[in-house]
Design a binder for this molecule. Structure first.
Ligand code: GAL
Length: 377
């Protein structure tokens, strides 16, 4: 299937790891619908690794763990669908999944048929224990074809962590998103490192196949499977803004049954989500300036209809001033145009003088604008 804007939803891995079960999924589905997350576009609920038994059945089919999922996966899918959500599952291109459960290698078509029968709408496909002889591109094409031919629309989410030059071949499979980097953990260093690694990969992002910077850590505060030391609410807001700005899929990874008001308000900022979901999915471009260093990054992105999204991200522990010249955006003085710039999180307007903007940022904070092209007064 083709997905035209970055997928959004929730995934079990970041917080729950192997500790998943039917009750958790039902409660999470309830919460996605009740909390307003679904209304903001988070419509895929995805169960990650560790859902099956360690052995296939006599027909060689995958078997859901009967202790974790006593009513089987069709019942889980039915519950999720009844809430207006779509249901996602997980498998792997290797013999085994990363946590040691059966993978789909040499079982691609039978597994795709099983997922279709259960009512699955999304498959995350990992890369552990894959063959050293068969290239990754063959393995992802195989499962892509199996899904395209299974009789159900199933979004294919590739997870080969950007290795083996994934960016050069992933669009030859039917993947709608592809993990462009390694795993996130709940630390500020991890956010910074994933953002930096993404830099060279922007040209590969675009409509129908999105660079997946990994699940969000917003609201984890150090709890759960990839918990570590956690981040502050400001850092989570900057992380969320950056992922949204760079057109990554937005897959929530915290326990949404127990979200703080700050977490919910970060995740449901509709103006930030609108930049992520802009139908043009234009490539974000780094603003050069002459003032930047690795800890102060600035991007712009042209939006459908003529607006420009502009993001300043202060990754450092110190205050910083971000600066922008309108020249870089295609608006030199000779155009007799300027911008009207409103910052989304604070709702403050930026002052533009001599085609130049300066914006103060607190440590770890960001500023994201939706700017409109207007006549110079
Ligand atoms: C990793 C993957 C994670 C998670 C985990 C499950 O390879 O990048 O997102 O799916 O496997 O074992």
């Amino acid at each position: 299937m083709v997905k035209l804007t970055p997928p959004m939803g929730w995934n079990s891995w970041n917080t729950f790891g192997a500790d998943i079960n039917e009750a958790l999924i039902f409660e999470t589905a309830d919460k996605m619908a009740e909390s307003g997350l679904l209304a903001c576009g988070y419509d895929y609920l995805v169960i990650d690794d560790c859902w099956s038994l360690k052995e296939r059945d006599e027909q060689d089919r995958l078997v859901p763990d009967p202790v974790k999922f006593p009513h089987g996966m069709k019942a889980v899918a039915d519950y999720v669908h009844a809430k207006g959500l779509k249901f996602g599952m997980y498998s792997c291109a290797g013999n085994l999944t990363c946590a040691g459960y059966p993978g789909s290698f040499e079982h691609e078509f039978i597994d795709a048929a099983t997922f279709a029968e259960w009512g699955v709408d999304f498959l995350k496909y990992d890369y552990c224990y894959h063959s050293n002889i068969i290239p990754g591109e063959y393995l992802y094409r195989r499962m892509g074809l199996a899904l395209e031919n299974c009789g159900r629309d199933i979004l294919f989410s590739a997870c080969s962590w950007g290795i083996d030059e994934t960016h050069t071949w992933i669009k030859t499979s039917s993947a709608s998103m592809w993990r462009s980097t390694g795993d996130i953990v709940d630390t500020w260093e991890s956010v910074k490192s994933l953002a930096a690694q993404q830099k060279a990969l922007h040209p590969y992002n675009g409509v129908g196949c999105f660079n997946d910077m990994d699940m969000l850590i917003v609201g984890m505060h150090g709890k759960g499977n990839v918990g570590f030391q956690g981040c502050s609410d400001i850092q989570y807001r900057t992380h969320f803004s950056l992922w949204a700005f760079l057109s990554s899929p937005l897959m929530i990874g915290c326990d949404i049954r127990d979200m703080s008001p700050e977490t919910l308000s970060t995740l449901t900022n509709r103006d930030i989500i609108a930049i992520n979901q802009d139908p043009g999915c234009r490539q974000p471009y780094p603003l050069q300036g002459i003032w930047r260093d690795d800890n102060l990054i600035a991007y712009a992105k042209n939006l459908t209809g003529g607006d420009i999204a502009i993001g300043f991200f202060n990754l450092s522990a110190d205050k910083a001033t971000a600066r922008l010249n309108l020249d870089e955006l295609g608006l030199p003085h000779s155009t007799h145009k300027t911008l009207s710039m409103k910052e989304i999180w604070t709702q403050k307007d930026a002052l533009i003088r001599n085609a130049h903007v300066a914006w103060e940022l607190e440590p770890y904070d960001c500023a994201v604008f939706r700017a409109k092209v207007v006549d110079l007064a």
